[in-house]
Ligand binder design. Structure first.
Ligand code: SF4
Length: 278
């Protein structure tokens, strides 16, 4: 049985960068805190925890402490609060997320109502919302459009960096029919686009697909959904313990990819496990 590993499997540029910043900071500084998990992956979270970086739910007095901003970015209010409390900031916001913030702010200034295609609860979307003075509209599917856009005559659409491209284009098409003046900024980041393009090709070519990543990872979920829509034999797993030998009966090739926050070690462990079976 042939095992085909996607070229784009695993850490994206932004996650790699954020992790490097976190590890470097932890090596030099004593009191480093972070609001939430660095990425949506349990192994990476544990690795960061071991360096002494403390995950906090709420900010407290920050004198003598460092607050690490994660790759997803955060709101303008949080930056202000962090500074007012006396923290020093080390910012690991992904440059591609920063670019989304810039586009959103510029277009709001020009009088456009900002429309975000994304998951309202996701930290990245919350961070984008937190850059704006007016309330932006967050849309997750074409079904969401309905009455919500009725009063919008001038809209600027931006997209959460890890959204599904096809779904996004459908939503934009539907919005375009209802909003007189609509600008569209395709802010799905390059690593996400590459991963999605590769998974489509792989799902069509391989008899079975395995997607590796945490169940809390939004970008892994999207890879799974895309693959499953093309190849019914798609499985989403987090570790080698979930690999089942019965999946591989009569399988000639297996395609494997991993989400943007999945460490290389996890992927290699799973490949070794599959080789043991076949
Ligand atoms: S998925 Fe894209 S935007 Fe998000 S951290 Fe990775 S490179 Fe940056």
């Amino acid at each position: 049985m042939k095992i085909n590993l996607a070229k784009s499997a695993g850490f994206c540029f932004g996650v790699k960068r954020a992790l490097e910043i976190a590890l470097k900071t932890a090596a030099k500084e004593k009191h480093v805190e972070m609001l939430g998990d660095i990425v949506h992956n349990e192994e990476v979270v544990n690795q960061v925890k071991k360096t002494g970086i403390k995950k906090i739910k709420r900010l407290s007095k920050g004198k003598g402490k460092i607050l690490l901003i994660r790759a997803h970015g955060t709101s303008t209010d949080t930056y202000k609060k962090v500074r007012d409390l006396g923290y020093k900031i080390i910012d690991a916001t992904c440059p591609m997320v920063r670019e989304i913030h810039k586009i959103a702010k510029e277009n709001e200034k020009k009088g456009y109502r900002i429309i975000i295609i994304g998951d309202k609860k996701h930290d990245e979307v919350q961070g984008i919302l937190g850059q704006l003075n007016k309330k932006a509209l967050v849309i997750d599917s074409s079904k969401d459009i309905g009455k919500k856009v009725k009063e919008i005559t001038k809209g600027a659409v931006i997209v959460q960096s890890t959204q599904n491209l096809e779904k996004t284009l459908k939503i934009v098409k539907a919005l375009d029919k209802q909003i007189e003046k609509l600008k569209f900024f395709n802010t799905i980041c390059e690593p996400t686009r590459t991963k999605q393009k590769e998974i489509k090709e792989m799902a069509a070519k391989n008899s079975l697909m395995i997607i590796i990543g945490s169940k809390t990872s939004a970008n892994t979920k999207r890879l799974y959904e895309i693959s499953k829509s093309i190849n019914k034999k798609t499985f989403w797993i987090q570790s080698k313990n979930e690999v089942k030998s019965l999946w591989f009966k009569k399988v000639v090739s297996v395609g494997i990819t991993a989400g943007a926050s999945t460490p290389e070690d996890t992927t290699q462990d799973i490949i070794k496990q599959i080789r043991k079976i076949k």
